[in-house]
Design a protein around this ligand. Sequence first.
Ligand code: 5RP
Length: 232
Amino acid sequence: MSPAEQLKRQAAARAVDLVRSGMKLGLGTGSTAKHFVELLAERVKEGLEVVGVPTSEQTRALAETLGVPLATLDEQPVLDLTVDGADEIGPGLALVKGGGGALLREKIVATASAQMVVIADESKHVATLGTFPLPIEVVDFGVTSIRRSIEKAGKAAGCHGLLTLRRGPDGHVFVTDQGHLILDAAFGVIPDPGLLAARLAEVAGVVEHGLFIGLASRAILAGASGVTVLDR
Ligand code: 5RP
């Protein structure tokens, strides 16, 4: 395992220690969340009784293969704990998420959880959000017009930058699990994440954006000198 993957696994291992039998869990998406699901599956094999609600088809497939009991969010609408990765973790544990394209289900699942714990290597911890392009999930209608509205909304929140329609590794337009598209907004700096979130929420055609504000209550960050826990 590469040193970067080892750090992700260390953060995931700390999060698994928070899981108790009987818990209903939100299962995040991405390479760090994958470590959590793998470690959780080991505990399940040892007798831990949990039920997981996956935030993507990718995570559903992994958890199913590893034997983690699953439910839909409609079957388990109230969750105890969601563990997920992030693309950036800023002040107040405000997050940028959606690098893996699962931001909509991730936000719905996190909102349904009593607690959201974000796990990452310490490189994700930043002083100001925005270096990672902000993923914005939009409907598959009038994308050019929606893009212009997002640019206007961004400017109203002091954010300027190029919006790129996401494509998959095969070059085709990336389509989310919910059948939407993603515009990645390279703002560089997001001076006021709360204001930008409010402006984006007003744009017709924006389904959801990757700013997670007030959702994560804890961040577990793994670095060369060990694991750090930040609580909000
Ligand atoms: C998926 C996400 C991921 O949590 C985020 O992209 C971090 O992924 P990774 O752990 O692979 O760096 O938001 O939509």
